[in-house]
Structure formats: C-alpha cells, structure tokens
Ligand binder design. Structure first.
Ligand SMILES: Nc1ccn([C@@H]2O[C@H](COP(=O)(O)OP(=O)(O)O)[C@@H](O)[C@H]2O)c(=O)n1
Ligand SMILES: [Ca+2]
Length: 493
C-alpha cells in the first residue's frame, strides 16, 4: 500500500505540473500577443461633436478619445472635419428654417463616420459666435428663430443633443486658449502656457497668462487645471474680425459722401461697383448712409501698404484709457508676454501670403510688395485657386493683421518672434471648439489624474518576467525534486 501511495504522488504532482506549464504557456502567449500589439487588447473609443457656427461659415468637428483615458491631457483628438456648405447661420435671419437645413449634410457625414452603436451616447453641441452676437443685437427675434431652427435639426439626429447657444466673447477666448494648451500638453508643466490669438470674421480674441496682476475683473479668468492655477487675461473685440473691420474701414473712407472710393488696401487696377448697404447694414457701423438717394459706389484700388496701414489705424481709438495701459478702444491690456499661437483667419491669411515665420520687418516689406502688385497680375497668379472676392481682400486682411498685432496689442519687432501662425496641432484644429467640449464633458480635471501604478508596457514586462521566473523554478524543482511527467499513470507503474 505504502508503495502504491508513493507511486500515486508523483503522478498527481506530474499532472499539476502539466497544468501549471500549460497555464504559464498560455499567459506567455497572451502577453506575447499583447506585446506585439503594444496596446491593451480592447481599446474603446468615445466620440463628441461640436458645431462652430461662425459669422462667415459653420463647421462640424468630430473628436475621439480612448474611453479609459479621458482625464489625461492631450488624449482627445480631432477625428473629422466637415465644412457646412454656404454662409454662417446668422445669414439665415430672413429664412430661419434654412439655418437648420444647412447642417444636414454634415450631420449625415457624422452619422457615417461614427459607429452607429455609439450614436446615442455621442454628445453634440453647437456654439455660435460673433455673427449671432451681432444678429442678437440687431434683430433678437430673428436670432431666436435661427437658434430654434438649428436646435430643431440637431435634436432630431440620433446623437445626444446637448444644446445650441451663443457663446460669450470671453468663453470664445478662454476655450481657444484651453485648446492650444491642451493639444500642446502644456498644462501642469513648468514651461508655462501659450497665449491664443483668434481672428474671425466678426470678432477677434486675445488670451494669455500675464506676468502682472490683472487690473480689470472683466478681463480676468481663473482656472485650476491638472494641478496648476492659471490666471488668464482675455478680451474679445466684437466688430474687429476681419470682415467687419473691412466695413469699418470703408465707412471711414466713405464718410464724405463720395461715390468713388480710392482704396490703398486694394490692388491697383481693382474696380468694383458695390452697394452702400453692404457697408452700412451692420450694428458695427454706427453712422448711417447720409445720402440715401445713391445706392452704389465704385471701389477702386491704389495698392499702397503704408497708406492702407494709416487708413486701418483710423478704426482703432487710441486716445482714451482709464487703466494703467490699454490695447485700443479704452480696453485694458497688460503687456504681451510669452509665446503665442495665432490661428483661424490669422493663419489663413498669413499662410496664403507666405508670411509665416519671418521677422516683422521682412513681413512688412513682403506685404508692401504684394499690395503693390497690380490686380491683373494677382488674378493671373492665383485666380484659379481662390475666389475673386477673397483674393481681392488679402492685402487688406494682411495689413489689418499687422496693424492689430503691432499697434493694437503692442507686439514689437522682438515679441513678434514669439508668435506662431498655426492651423493644427497634432492633427487637431486650433480653435475654441475642442476646449468648449472638454469643459462641457468635464474632461479637464482640476487636479492631475492619479498616475496608474504601472503603465501597460510595464505591466506586460512584469508578467513576462514572472512567468519566465516560474518556469525556471518549475524546471529546477523538476530536476532536483523528482521526475514527474505528463505521461499516463500506466506508464509510471
Ligand atoms: N479658408 C478660410 C476659411 C475662413 N477664412 C476667414 O476666416 C474667418 C472666420 O471667421 P468666423 O466665421 O469663424 O467668424 P467669427 O464668428 O469667429 O467672428 C472669416 O473671415 C473667413 O472669411 C479664410 O480667410 N480662409
Ligand atoms: Ca471663429
């Protein structure tokens, strides 16, 4: 009997050893697969949609992020961009139902881009900016109708509609700043943050962390993000987007009631008949067309950068300031400090003019050359790829950008070098939409998220080493403590 028991024990331990070896082999295989893939076996993604209803056009952005990492900085990325056909929603003031309809094409595109199983849990937000702020000032009833129309359309989509609202200029500035610093992974780091310069068609924003106490509460915002405190200076100038400033500049030149305008901001040889109402029909222009017997004026270009700059300077009021220092129109602004990212129309215009990455002096010289180029030559050079209306305005827009940055915000030859004209960071557009969504989905924590005890890679390596260690142990045990095998008991007997 004793012999039988002795015979049985090695067989049992042999079976156990086999199970152990199979188990360890299975772990090693799984780990190996995981190492090869170098990512968790199942990565779940979440999605969010933001519609940017700007003054000139609307665009739909789809963002995506790995579900389990939503609180880490830099995890949310732009997955898709869809420009809505036609003009901005504020242009539907007299045909409000058209505003909602205009979004349908991009909504259909979003339905195709996002897994249908995720539609119900995907939030969709619409934020309207300066075009709708102006319409709300001019004609609040129409503005409400336009908002109802887009709400109606969005609430009928399969997505989780979270609201359509007009955002304030302060929010627009702050969310743009959050976007560029989130994408640049600057939060919670010692190196500091990047200021944000956003130029739209109807408003413009400047936002940065000042190195001085902020004198005006209206321009100050406090954030605690990823464990660091930020006091941010921000200001949004309504009517100082490039399309409204063009109207302001034309108004100043038309004040004498003439019907022929010789404009230094347009190319020599440019000549277009335009309607007075296109200049005066905006709440940004405070004067009215004095002589309403005439409907049209002729807009001629003379192409002179220096004169264009003096004409644009007239749209800024530099004379009154009740704080220690101001940018313009009596608005308090501390001196600009640190690096800046300039996006939206800043980028579109400077990129078209090939003026990104040059000194202020070179930028001015090259822009002066561009403005001096006759209209015929400009049309020949670029006419095929740019619509004539937009092409005709680049000299004006470039000059406005230089004047705003140098005379308005007080950038100098030195601090000009700290400005980068940016379109995208790591594949995601610079703009307020991402920051807006991060805020509304609570994805920007006040404190730095707890770092996991171990990274995925570290965990995989640990398991691999443990498995090898166990195998070696079993092998040694097998050699020195007996000879169990995986064969049947009969063989052992
Ligand atoms: N490819 C593009 C797209 C827009 N833009 C201009 O960029 C500006 C965008 O302004 P927006 O529609 O966001 O207006 P806001 O509501 O931000 O003031 C407009 O002046 C457009 O004409 C451009 O110059 N090139
Ligand atoms: Ca905009």
């Amino acid at each position: 009997m004793a012999e039988q028991r002795e015979m049985k024990a090695p067989w049992h331990s042999g079976k156990m050893l086999c199970v152990a070896i199979f188990f360890i082999a299975a772990v090693i295989t799984l780990v190996a697969i995981s190492v090869v893939q170098n990512k968790p076996i199942q990565q779940k993604y979440k999605y969010g949609i933001v519609l940017d209803a700007g003054s000139s056009h609307t665009a739909l952005y789809i963002y995506e992020w790995p579900a389990e990492k939503e609180n880490n900085t830099g995890m949310v990325r732009q997955r898709h961009y869809c420009p809505v056909k036609g003009k901005g929603i504020s242009s539907y003031a007299h045909n409000s139902s058209g505003a909602g309809l205009s979004l349908m094409h991009c909504i259909e595109e979003a339905k195709r881009k996002i897994d249908p199983a995720k539609h119900k849990e995907t939030p969709v937000y619409l934020g309207a900016t300066a075009g709708m702020r102006l319409l709300m000032e001019q004609d609040p009833k129409s503005a409400e109708k336009v908002l109802s129309s887009v709400k109606d359309t969005l609430s009928k989509t399969p997505f989780d509609f979270q609201g359509a609202r007009i955002i304030t200029g302060q929010q627009e500035g702050a969310f743009g700043w959050i976007t560029v610093n989130y994408l640049g992974e600057n939060f919670g780091k010692a190196a500091g943050t990047m200021g944000a310069l956003d130029l739209g068609g109807a408003s413009t924003q400047i936002t940065f962390v000042s190195n001085q106490p902020i004198e005006s509460p209206d321009n100050s915002m406090d954030f605690r993000l990823y464990g660091s405190d930020y006091q941010v200076y921000t200001h949004s100038f309504l009517c100082y987007g490039k399309d409204q400033v063009l109207k302001l500049a034309l108004e100043k030149q038309l004040q004498s009631g003439e019907t022929l305008l010789q404009d230094p901001c347009f190319h020599q040889g440019y000549s277009q008949d335009k309607q007075f109402k296109d200049v005066f029909d905006t709440p940004c222009v405070k004067t009215i067309n004095k002589d309403d017997s005439k409907e049209n004026f002729t807009h001629n270009g003379t192409g002179d950068f220096a004169q264009c700059q003096s004409s644009i300077q007239k749209v800024f009021n530099f004379s009154q300031c009740t704080s220690s220092r101001c940018s313009f129109n009596g608005v308090y602004q501390p001196p600009v400090v640190g690096t800046f990212g300039a996006f939206s129309a800043y980028y579109f215009v400077m990129n078209f003019l090939n003026l990104t990455g040059q000194s202020l002096e070179d930028t001015k010289r090259n822009l002066a050359d561009y403005c001096k180029t006759p209209w015929n030559e400009i049309k020949q050079r670029y006419g095929e790829r740019v619509k004539e209306k937009y092409l005709s305005e680049y000299c004006f827009s470039g000059t406005y950008i230089l004047t705003l940055l140098e005379n308005g915000y007080n950038f100098t030859e030195d601090t000009w070098r700290d400005i980068t004209f940016i379109d995208k960071i790591e594949g995601s557009s610079a703009g307020w939409t991402l920051g807006y969504m991060l805020n509304l989905t609570n994805m920007i924590p006040a404190e730095a998220p707890d770092t996991p005890l171990m990274t995925h890679g570290g965990f995989v390596i640990l398991i691999l080493f443990l498995s090898i260690f166990l195998l070696v142990l079993l092998f040694l045990g097998h050699r020195f403590l007996g000879r169990p095998s995986c064969s049947s008991p009969k063989d052992i007997v």
